[in-house]
Write a protein that binds this ligand. Structure first.
Ligand SMILES: Cc1cc2nc3c(=O)[nH]c(=O)nc-3n(C[C@H](O)[C@H](O)[C@H](O)COP(=O)(O)O)c2cc1C
Length: 380
C-alpha cells in the first residue's frame, strides 16, 4: 500500500508517530499548557466554519499559488518554527528545509533548533525565515541577526507570546531536560523505540547549537530553563523598534491575538502579523487563533499569517476565508517526521495539496484570494 493510501491525513500519521518516538519526545511535541483546553479547541473550532459547495461551474483548474511579502509560493502553507525539531527525528530541520525548497513553500527555523542557520540556510533555496526568541544582550542580538542574514534568511519573525516560560504538565511529567539526560527512565522509553534510537545514535545527541554558542550549554536543565530561556528577554515596543532599525528585510510579529495591538504594530513598521496562540502551548483558557482572526483582519491591512490547529487542506481554506493570507503548521510536520522519518515532509506536503485541490474543486474556487466568498454567512 502506498503512503497516500496508508496515511491520507494527519490523523493517521499521529498514532504512528506516537508508536515510533519515545514517550518523553511525544509529550514535548504534543503538550499544550494548563488543562490543554485551548490546545484541543484549536482543532475542533475548524468544524464550526462552514463553506458552501458550488455546482455547475464546469471544469476548473484550481491555482494553489499565494503571494506573501513579495514572494510567490506554490502552496498557501509552510512550516512554523518548532524548537528542537531534531529531537523528534534526527536531521529534521534540514529535512524540512529541503522539502520547503523543493516544494517552494516557506520554512521558518527556530532560534532553539537542533541545527544552526548556517547548516539549514543553504537548503531553503531562498524560502527561509528565521524566528527569533529575543536575546537580552544587544551584542548577541546583533551577532545573531548578522549570522541569520549571511546564512540566507530574508524574513525575520519575532515571537512575542512568551512573556513567561509556560507550564506544560504532560511535558514535565515526561521528564525531558535539555539536552536529554539519559536517566534510566528515559533509556527505558528509548529502548522501546528502536528506529528512533538507532537514527538518533547515528546522528548524534540533539542539542541547541545556535544558542549554545552564546553561553553555557546548561546541561540537564528542565526544557523550560535551557540556555534559550536564559538568553532571552520579554520584549517591549522599544525592542521591536530596535529590530525594525537593525533588520533590513521583512519583519513579522508572531503571536498576535488581540486586534487592539494592531495599530501600534503598524505604526512601528512591522511587515506582517502572525496570528497564533502557539498551539495552545503558552496560555490556556484563551480564544483560538481562528476565533480572533476576523477581528484582526478587520483591524489591519497588513498581510496575516495564521497558525494553530491546522491539519487539513480544508482547514487552510477556512483560515484563508476568515482573512489569513498564509497558513503555517507546526505539529503536523513533526507527526509526519515521527511517523515516516525522511519521507514525512514530502508526504505531508502531498496530502495537504491534494486535500486543498479537491476542496477548491468542490467550492468552484480557482483563486485562493477568493476564499471568503465561499463562506456560509449563516446556517438556515
Ligand atoms: C514542539 C513545539 C515547539 C515549538 N517551538 C517554537 C519555537 O521555538 N518558536 C516559536 O515561535 N514557536 C514554536 N512553536 C509554535 C509553532 O511555531 C506554531 O505556532 C504552532 O505549532 C502552531 O500550531 P500547530 O502545532 O497546531 O500547527 C512550537 C510548537 C511546537 C508544537
Amino acid at each position: 500500500m502506498t503512503l497516500e493510501y496508508k496515511y491520507p491525513a494527519v490523523e493517521f500519521l499521529k498514532p504512528k508517530a506516537r508508536r515510533r518516538i519515545p514517550h518523553f519526545v511525544w509529550e514535548y511535541l504534543d503538550s499544550g499548557t494548563g488543562a490543554e483546553v485551548t490546545h484541543k479547541r484549536n482543532r475542533t473550532i475548524f468544524e464550526d466554519i462552514k463553506m458552501m459547495p458550488s455546482i455547475l461551474h464546469g471544469p476548473i483548474e484550481p491555482d494553489t499559488r499565494k503571494t506573501l511579502l513579495g514572494k510567490t509560493y506554490d502552496l498557501p502553507f509552510g512550516v512554523a518554527p518548532v524548537g528542537m525539531s531534531g529531537l523528534v527525528w534526527p536531521d529534521a530541520e534540514s529535512l524540512l528545509a529541503k522539502n520547503a525548497g523543493d516544494a517552494n513553500i516557506p520554512y521558518c527555523l527556530s532560534t532553539v533548533a537542533c541545527q544552526t542557520p548556517e547548516q539549514v540556510g543553504p537548503h531553503t533555496k531562498g524560502n527561509g525565515w528565521f524566528q527569533l526568541y529575543p536575546p537580552r544582550d544587544p551584542d548577541i542580538r546583533r551577532d545573531m541577526l548578522r549570522r541569520v542574514k549571511e546564512a540566507g534568511f530574508e524574513t525575520l519573525v519575532l515571537t512575542v507570546d512568551l512573556p513567561e516560560a509556560s507550564r506544560r504538565e504532560r511535558q514535565a511529567r515526561g521528564g525531558i531536560t535539555h539536552p536529554p539526560v539519559l536517566t534510566a527512565r528515559l533509556l527505558a522509553q528509548i529502548a522501546r523505540r528502536p528506529a528512533w534510537a538507532i537514527a538518533t545514535a547515528l546522528h548524534g545527541r540533539p542539542e541547541m547549537p545556535f544558542v549554545s554558542q552564546y553561553g553555557d550549554a546548561s546541561r540537564g536543565l528542565p526544557i523550560t530553563e535551557h540556555i534559550g530561556y536564559q538568553l532571552r528577554t520579554s520584549p517591549d515596543m522599544e525592542y521591536v523598534n530596535w529590530l525594525r532599525d537593525h533588520w533590513q528585510g521583512p519583519l513579522v510579529l508572531k503571536g498576535i491575538m488581540n486586534h487592539k495591538d494592531v495599530e501600534r504594530l503598524e505604526a512601528i513598521g512591522v511587515d506582517a502579523l502572525w496570528v497564533s496562540n502557539h498551539a495552545g502551548r503558552q496560555f490556556d483558557g484563551t480564544l483560538t487563533s481562528l476565533e480572533v482572526l476576523p477581528s484582526i483582519r478587520r483591524a489591519s491591512k497588513l498581510p496575516i499569517i495564521f497558525d494553530s490547529g491546522v491539519e487539513r487542506g480544508m482547514d487552510i481554506l477556512r483560515a484563508l476565508a476568515l482573512g489569513a493570507d498564509f497558513v503555517m503548521l507546526g505539529s503536523a510536520w513533526h507527526f509526519a517526521l515521527g511517523a515516516l522519518g525522511r519521507q514525512g515532509p514530502a508526504h505531508l506536503t502531498s496530502i495537504l495539496k491534494k486535500d486543498l485541490i479537491a476542496n477548491m474543486g468542490q467550492l468552484g474556487l480557482v483563486d485562493l484570494n477568493d476564499c471568503a466568498r465561499c463562506l456560509c454567512s449563516k446556517i438556515a
